[in-house]
Design a protein around this ligand. Structure first.
Ligand SMILES: C[S@@+](CC[C@H](N)C(=O)[O-])C[C@H]1O[C@@H](n2cnc3c(N)ncnc32)[C@H](O)[C@@H]1O
Length: 216
């Protein structure tokens, strides 16, 4: 997905990022290759996740939307060895590619890939999570939210990716007809998390927009 940040600024922000290890660099290359379907977060969003994991020191993380495992690996690399990261992916091809990459990263003790529809997994997952990363089914974030709030510890954070949807959540950018519903739902989600009692949200215009919501 193109980002909302002007390319000169995006290039500059990326020039400030630390060098990625060989595996992450190869996954970024794979994602950039238009012949392979491997959508992943932008490197500057990955750096935000690292920063949040360092700040929060989560014992348990839930991720919706695994793809090839890039963001799960990014977060797990900064977790303690006894931490747990559960990541949910509905496509078996992506789930198994993620499994291979997680093994290459030697993080299979921390990361568990659940191959399932996000809402199905949310209905049976239990226990408490310190951090939840929403990066699947962009039109369903509002549907995921009640489950996430139940699973999230007080003080826990929900990080929602792609919330500005190339700027299309504003009136300034036209939306393709086939994306009108998804953009409308994202708009509703942003209003929901921005106004909900017990949740404090900040929306950052990096990547395609990232919302960080803290449960009181
Ligand atoms: C943007 S990608 C995730 C990228 C990943 N977080 C990363 O940065 O490495 C979204 C993923 O969510 C999966 N997905 C979409 N809708 C889903 C749903 N309803 N339940 C589970 N997974 C879903 C897609 O198959 C895709 O692999």
């Amino acid at each position: 997905m193109d980002t909302i940040v002007p390319s000169y600024l995006e290039e500059y922000l990326r020039s400030l990022l630390p060098q990625r290890d060989e595996l992450l660099a190869s996954l970024e290359k794979e994602a950039a290759d238009t012949n392979t379907y491997a959508p992943i977060i932008e490197p500057e969003v990955a750096q935000l996740l690292r920063t949040l994991v360092m700040l929060k020191k989560p014992k348990r993380i839930l991720e919706l939307g695994t793809s090839i495992g890039y963001s799960a690996i990014v977060m797990a690399q900064y977790m303690d060895e006894d931490g747990e990261l559960i990541t949910v992916e509905r496509y078996s091809n992506a789930a198994s590619r993620a499994g291979e990459n997680i093994k290459k990263a030697h993080l299979e003790n921390i990361i568990k890939v659940v191959e399932e529809e996000a809402v199905t997994a949310l209905s049976w997952l239990d226990g408490c999570f310190d951090m939840i990363f929403l990066d699947a089914a962009k039109g369903q974030y509002s549907e995921f939210l009640p489950y996430c709030l139940k699973l999230l510890k007080p003080g826990g954070i929900i990080v929602s990716d792609d919330v500005l949807y190339k700027g299309e959540v504003t009136d300034a950018i036209d939306t393709e007809k086939r994306k009108v519903t998804i953009v409308k739902r994202m708009n509703e989600y942003l209003k929901l998390i921005s106004g909900l009692d017990g949740l404090t949200t900040s929306v950052l215009p990096i990547g395609n927009g990232v919302a960080i919501s803290v449960k009181e």
